[in-house]
Design a protein around this ligand. Structure first.
Ligand code: ADP
Length: 635
């Protein structure tokens, strides 16, 4: 280790430095997290060695008692975390520690806004990992050797976290990794035995490997003797214990350690299943969504598969439906083979059973939360509701259960956000109403201002306001809830007889309305499918209406922008025959005026829908001409 030949100096990628600076700056008030991050890495390394040794136990090289050691040197002001796990080769050190190859970091960087405060908040939503060492250390040395390589293949990495790191080959007798932190001034607390022990018992009591610290020397101990080690955690994988032996604190600490989450979980469910197959699940609902939840994040993360206590792989993809990708936890099977591969998992009937049962457990956990702790459920919904909605489409077998969990904003209580369930809505429906009405839009304001709501507002009929991206897609698959049909107020014909409206009332002069509609239709040509008198409008002059099965216009726009070819669904234009503008148009005989006014009606309807005009400059000219002509009349 005294070798200095072969020292190489490398620069951190600029982005790594950026992350480092930000982390040090923003996580300083949570500085103790470095310890659980390093212990997590050490424990993962032990898991990996145990897994590889299943097929080649010479990898243990006589050191098969996997463990983590923590040692302090008060004089040197250093703290060391050491494992005899898998270790790293030189290339792995460069890849894993010196670059941003890790996708999490890359996504994090893409999400950075440049606004210090906001970015500082973001960082807490990422697993910060190894770099968290620099929150407390002004120098970090990492010494490692990959199990199965010769002692001469050791590698020493060292950095003060400012711009550069050094790398050199070293002789290293043992495999595994050791990380030594030189603590910043004033952080003597992390040299204290009691402080370290209390952190370990809070977060790392139940990782599956023993964590040891040297026994504090008694006066009559001989100095210079062999170190005597003492286990400081319980080292019993938490999920293997009986529920009665586990406190809420244990559950929370385990989650935070394993999910790298600064926040404790919202809720959890721990179950042992015994029967045709035996397995244990420990499932957590996080408090906050990771930043990349809505993106296509690495889906294997989140759920760890163990077989008979041996970590096998991250297998969320196989064990969870996509719409539950926010769930974190552990599945430990007694029946799967230890050498199970990802491909086998995909096909395996036992795995399918486990997956179905995990899905049930999570849904009942959420149902219970919704029923017993609505406040907490609201918090859940705010974070994960949009993801859960995907399940309505993806998982028909659980559709009713999922539908019961949905929460909506509504015209009946516009300040309350998404808080109304379908059951609430149905309970409030007057006897005469037999349909659940909803509208989908780009955003909450557009939904609540939609012209399609006018007649419903007039008659005091509640309408659900949907503005998540998945909503229109979801509702396309969702035609009724416990027998009550759902209908978009912006699509198809609307039957108002049940809600106090009169289907006949717009039609008192049907022939006149039809003639007018024809006039407008002739002016608009191919732009619309059909023009007709509206039953929906009471204030606005016109609105666009889609066919029952058509995709909402805002979704069509979104997909078009993303380059998708869509079948052309031309909307209908409904006009409000009582509106003064429409009435004026009706009395006009000037063909140019009729054309211009018709176009204006259509363009208004497009704009009210949040759409873009094909000819905005033409619209402005038409509007100005209209305003001037009105002024002429006033004079
Ligand atoms: P994460 O653990 O979230 O992947 P880290 O920054 O903590 O991120 O670590 C990056 C990678 O470095 C790990 O995925 C692992 O491959 C490697 N690594 C870190 N610590 C160790 C260790 N003690 N033993 C072996 N590999 C390690």
């Amino acid at each position: 280790m005294s070798k200095t030949v072969g020292v190489e100096r490398h620069s951190f990628q600029a982005e790594v430095q950026q992350v480092l600076d930000l982390m040090i700056h923003s996580l300083y008030s949570n500085k103790e997290i470095f310890l659980r991050e390093l212990i997590s890495n050490a424990s993962d390394a032990c898991d990996k060695l145990r897994f590889e040794a299943l097929s080649d136990d010479s990898l243990y090289a006589g050191d098969g008692e996997l463990r983590i050691e923590i040692e302090v040197d008060e004089d040197a002001r250093t703290l060391t975390v050491r494992d005899n796990g898998i270790g790293m080769t030189r290339d792995e050190v460069i890849d894993n520690i010196g670059t941003i190859a890790r996708s999490g970091t890359r996504k994090f960087l893409q999400a950075l806004s440049g606004d210090q405060q906001q970015d500082a908040r973001l960082i807490g939503q990422f697993g910060v990992g190894f770099y968290s060492a620099f929150i407390v250390a002004d120098n970090v040395r990492l010494l490692s050797r990959r199990a199965g390589t010769p002692p001469s293949d050791g590698v020493l990495w060292e950095s003060s976290g400012t711009g550069e790191y050094e790398l050199q080959p070293v002789e290293r007798e043992r495999h595994g990794t050791e990380v030594t932190l030189h603590l910043k001034p004033e952080l003597d607390e992390f040299l204290q035995d009691w402080r370290l022990k209390s952190l370990i018992s809070q977060y790392s009591d139940h990782i599956g490997f023993p964590i040891r610290m040297p026994k504090v020397a008694d006066d009559d101990d001989q100095a210079g003797g062999e170190l005597e080690w003492q286990d400081v955690n319980r080292a019993s994988a938490l999920w293997t214990l009986a529920k009665s032996e586990i406190s809420d604190e244990d559950y929370r600490g385990f989650y935070q350690q394993f999910a790298h989450d600064l926040k404790p979980p919202l809720d959890w469910s721990h179950n042992k299943v015994e029967g045709t197959q035996s397995y244990t699940t420990l499932l957590y609902i996080p408090e906050r969504a990771p930043l990349d939840l809505m993106l296509n994040r690495e889906e294997r993360d989140g759920l760890k598969l163990y077989v008979k206590r041996v970590f096998i792989m991250d297998a969320a993809e196989q064990l969870l439906p996509h719409y539950l990708r926010f769930v974190r936890g552990v599945v430990d099977s007694d029946d799967l083979p230890l050498n199970v591969s990802r491909e086998i998992l995909q096909e395996n009937a036992l795995v399918k059973q486990i997956r179905a049962s995990i899905t049930k457990r999570v849904l009942s956990l959420l149902e219970k939360m919704a029923e017993k702790r609505p406040g907490q459920f609201a918090q859940f919904w705010q974070q994960f509701g949009a993801v859960l909605k995907e399940g309505i489409v993806e998982d028909p077998s659980n559709r009713e259960k999922l539908a019961g969990l949905l929460r909506f904003a509504t015209t009946a209580d516009e300040g309350a956000g998404q808080s109304v369930s379908l059951a609430d809505y149905i309970e409030r429906m007057p006897d005469t109403q037999d349909t659940i009405y909803y509208v989908t839009a780009d955003n909450a304001t557009a939904a609540s201002h939609s012209p399609h709501l006018e007649v419903f507002r007039k008659h005091g009929v509640e309408v659900l306001l949907l503005s998540d991206r998945v909503d229109d897609w979801m509702m396309g698959y969702f035609t009724d809830y416990q027998g009550t049909p759902l209908q978009s107020v912006a699509k198809g014909d609307i039957d108002l007889s049940g809600i106090g409206g009169d289907n006949a009332d717009v039609n008192d002069d049907q022939p006149a309305a039809d003639t007018l509609a024809e006039k407008i239709q002739a002016a608009l040509g191919e732009r619309v499918n059909q023009v007709r008198a509206s039953r929906r409008l009471t204030e606005s002059a016109a609105c666009l209406v889609l066919g029952k099965g058509d995709m909402a216009l805002h979704m069509q726009r979104l997909l078009k922008q993303a380059g998708h070819e869509l079948p052309a669904h031309r909307p209908d234009l409904e006009i409000n025959v009582r509106h003064p503008l429409v009435q004026r148009l009706n009395t006009s005989t000037d063909q140019t005026a009729i054309r211009n006014w018709s176009l204006l009606l259509y363009e208004q309807a497009v704009l009210a829908e949040g759409g873009q005009l094909d000819d905005p400059a033409g619209f402005v000219q038409r509007l100005n001409r209209l305003m001037l002509s009105l002024q002429d009349e006033e004079e």
